[in-house]
Design a protein around this ligand. Structure first.
Ligand code: SAM
Length: 397
């Protein structure tokens, strides 16, 4: 059986400036040969795959299945299928894959996130979702996505109203990334979906954003379950996220048995995720530390509480944001009295989001790694929700 690592070596993934859609299609074909066109995605690379660099053992066509020597291979005997939208580095994918799900399509347009994703799952996500026809996407049981939050333009809608045109909520979402989720739901009708977003989605744009999202999903014929859950029950980080789960009313009649997971006691501590030896480069410069202290003092004087956050070893941290790489101010680790604190290492940020240590993070710079984990999810929290979603799918069958 040919190994995935051998294939990526022959196609020189590591040397590529960008992992483009041709390669994305190729890796999707390797995962799901019945869903993607061999002519489009395998043939154009055939020569390179079987070319002169190969020793004479097997110069014929690539044989599937192959040996997935990646940290998180697809399940051998999948229980359900899903798609991973706004995939980032695949935190949600990992959570559902651990429950026996097989990913049949992923999309992410950040080139550094794609590198980390490929290193872990052996799949390159397709790019910009706004450019992908919903009919192209394979059928799947569950749609997953932690999508960027954007306002819906009320102005556009009232203009349409004044022209006397009938419109549903779906119309209102045009031009936003949520629209892309909605059009895929409409075309593919997965049995269920799970969407994840910041807690503030509910108050964003005076509640209008959430109202449109909620109404659009209901209009599409899905029964919704919504909750705000805190990652602190699984990792030493306060991170509240809104989770929207929907089940197709055509399948479940609105009568599915679904409850959000019971959350374990929040007893994790920062100390548990720290590395024993940390390189000096993670210590703040004296200048930056002084700047952060002055800034905090200035704001305190004005009555604003916000400044840097020095963690308590037996406590939890604030929410890690995608801008953590800038100065690390929100989560600083004390190094002892009189010493300048340090920021988290990339591995510690991965742990703060509950990613296992086998998760490969060193294919990109530290800056990109911080952004990727700051943008990602508390993986075990997603996994706890995944267990419930999957249970509901099974109990129905
Ligand atoms: C909040 S992050 C989701 C992170 C993900 N849940 C994870 O575990 O890493 C949103 C992602 O959507 C991606 N994105 C934004 N617009 C996109 C588009 N038009 N097409 C594809 N991906 C997009 C961003 O690059 C970002 O990685």
């Amino acid at each position: 059986m040919i190994k995935y690592s051998e294939i990526r070596k022959r196609l020189e993934f590591e040397q590529k400036k960008e992992l483009d859609d041709q390669l994305a299609g190729f890796t999707h074909y390797l995962h799901s040969p019945h869903e993607y066109s061999r002519d489009d995605y395998y043939k154009p690379l055939e020569e390179q795959l079987n070319g002169s660099k190969l020793n004479k053992v097997e110069e014929t066509a690539l044989k599937l299945p192959l040996k997935w020597d990646v940290p998180f291979p697809p399940p051998e005997d999948p229980k359900f299928t899903f798609i991973d939208l706004f995939a980032g580095i695949g935190g949600i994918r990992l959570a559902y894959q651990l429950e026996g799900g097989k990913c049949v399509f992923s999309s992410e347009y950040n080139k550094f996130a794609k590198v980390t994703y490929e290193a872990n799952f052996g799949e390159i996500p397709f790019g910009d979702i706004t450019k992908i026809d919903e009919k192209f996407i394979p059928n799947h049981d569950i749609l997953l996505g932690g999508f960027p939050c954007q306002p819906f333009s009320i102005a556009g809608v009232s203009k349409k109203n004044s022209l006397g045109r009938n419109h549903g909520f779906l119309d209102e979402t045009q031009g936003t990334l949520f629209f892309d989720i909605a059009r895929i739901l409409k075309e593919k009708r997965p049995k269920a979906f799970m969407l994840e977003n910041v807690k503030n989605l509910r108050s964003h744009d005076k509640g209008n954003t959430y109202r449109v999202i909620h109404n659009t999903l209901e209009e599409l014929g899905y029964n919704l379950h919504v909750d705000v859950l805190d990652g602190k029950h699984f990792v030493p980080q306060h991170r509240e996220r809104i989770i929207i789960v929907g089940f197709d009313k055509n399948v479940f009649n609105g009568e599915e048995k679904f409850d959000f997971p019971e959350l374990p006691e929040a007893n994790r501590t920062i100390e548990e995720i720290l590395e024993p030896e940390v390189a000096p480069k993670y210590t703040l410069t004296d200048n930056l530390w002084k700047y952060l202290q002055d800034y905090a003092a200035k704001h305190k004087a004005k009555g604003n509480g916000f400044g840097y956050g020095l963690v308590d070893f037996d406590g939890i941290s604030r929410t890690m944001s995608a801008r953590y790489y800038k100065d690390g101010a929100e989560i600083l680790i004390p190094r002892g009295p009189g010493l300048t604190p340090r920021r988290l290492t990339p591995r510690e940020s991965a742990r703060l989001q509950g990613f296992p240590d086998e998760f490969v993070i060193n294919k990109v710079s530290d800056t990109q790694a911080y952004r990727q984990f700051g943008n990602s999810v508390v993986m075990p929290l997603m996994n706890a929700v995944a267990k419930e979603v999957v249970k509901t799918l099974y109990t129905h069958e």
